[in-house]
Design a protein around this ligand. Structure first.
Ligand SMILES: [Zn+2]
Length: 336
């Protein structure tokens, strides 16, 4: 416990506390300043401890909007156990409207379990690892596609070989309760660097969600995020009486191998020949790569390497070699 992060919140105290995690930071124009990360603890006796995070990436807005609402609206008497809210887990990135932190260029979702002696993004990850994930019974992490990605609204749960059966079942029940059209099984059990991967390693049931896209928020995407978040919080038992509306029956899917991804084979300008939700056959043309700075060259076709449903795609027309153009999912049986 060597973190320099300090907070005005007492995580062990009953009641509603809204405050900040303060990470000491000494940049060129501020010798003894801090980076403030808004946070709340709403605690009422014994019961499940749920950690809910948003803006792990700073260009994804539905999560921070809905978690901020919970901070304003939920009172301690509505809670059984403890609701720990971090609406802007990567606050510097949110302030900049960027996926990664402008302070140290790090992607918060690639630094877990963090490092007390590291860069600011690593330090805040470590504080949450040691002080908040250490008490969690459930972890819910709200994402969206951000500025660079269109993606189908979906839940993500970690399910991998070697995981305890109870943990797989608990994750599956979270996804069913979340109740959005698609759930993607991911297998990043061995990757500690995402918050979801880290909590999975620690045996904590988790759900991550992709609930918007494009780096904007709409009334529909916020409403869908709010409704699904309320359903899953009710399921955990932390908000037993919150009003909810029925969710959708989710279709279980997985991203099967590297052939589910289409990457740009060269630098160029991509003409996309597909849309979200399309059913794709292996060998189908994904689009054309144009060489607009060498107009004498014919465009070159890019092909899908496997069959599946079009789950996500990049948004940027000018692409570099290796940039992701599309991701397919394939349907699988429900694990429960
Ligand atoms: Zn994200």
């Amino acid at each position: 416990m060597t973190s320099t992060v300090f907070t005005d919140i007492d995580w062990d105290k009953d009641g509603k506390q809204i405050g900040t995690l303060n990470l000491p930071h000494s940049p060129d124009d501020d010798a003894w300043g801090v980076i403030p990360f808004p946070a709340a603890s709403i605690k009422n006796g014994k019961g499940p401890v749920v950690v809910l995070t948003g803006a792990v990436h700073g260009d994804e807005y539905e999560g921070p909007i809905v978690i901020s609402e919970l901070m304003r609206n939920i009172e301690a008497q509505e809670v059984t156990g403890q609701l720990i809210l971090l609406p802007t887990f990567n606050a510097p990135a949110l302030k900049a409207g960027r996926r990664t932190s402008p302070i140290d260029q790090l992607n918060l979702n690639r630094v877990f379990p963090g490092d007390d002696y590291g860069l600011p993004t690593q330090q805040i990850a470590r504080y949450v690892t040691d002080h908040l994930f250490s008490k969690a019974n459930f972890y819910i992490d709200l994402h969206a596609g951000g500025r660079s990605l269109f993606i189908q609204p979906s839940a993500h749960v970690v399910m991998a070989e070697g995981m305890p059966a109870e943990l797989i079942q608990a994750n599956a029940r979270l996804a069913e309760a979340f109740g959005v059209g698609i759930t993607v099984q991911t297998s990043n059990m061995g990757d500690y660097r995402t918050s979801a991967g880290y909590v999975t390693f620690k045996g904590i049931p988790m759900l991550a969600a992709e609930m918007g896209m494009g780096g904007w928020a709409t009334a529909d995407s916020v409403r869908a995020t709010r409704e699904a978040t309320h359903r899953v919080l009710k399921h955990t038992g932390v908000l037993p009486n919150i009003e909810t509306c029925p969710g959708e029956k989710t279709q279980w899917t997985r991203i099967h191998g590297t052939e589910a991804y289409v990457f740009a084979p060269m630098d160029g300008y991509f003409e996309r020949h597909f849309a979200l939700g399309d059913e794709i056959q292996k060998g189908q043309v994904a689009g054309l790569m144009h060489h607009l700075n060498r107009p004498n060259l014919e465009p070159e076709a890019v092909y899908f390497q496997s069959s599946g449903t079009l789950y996500a795609h990049g948004l940027i027309g000018q692409v570099r070699a290796g940039q992701n153009l599309a991701v397919l999912v394939e349907k699988v049986e429900s694990p429960i």
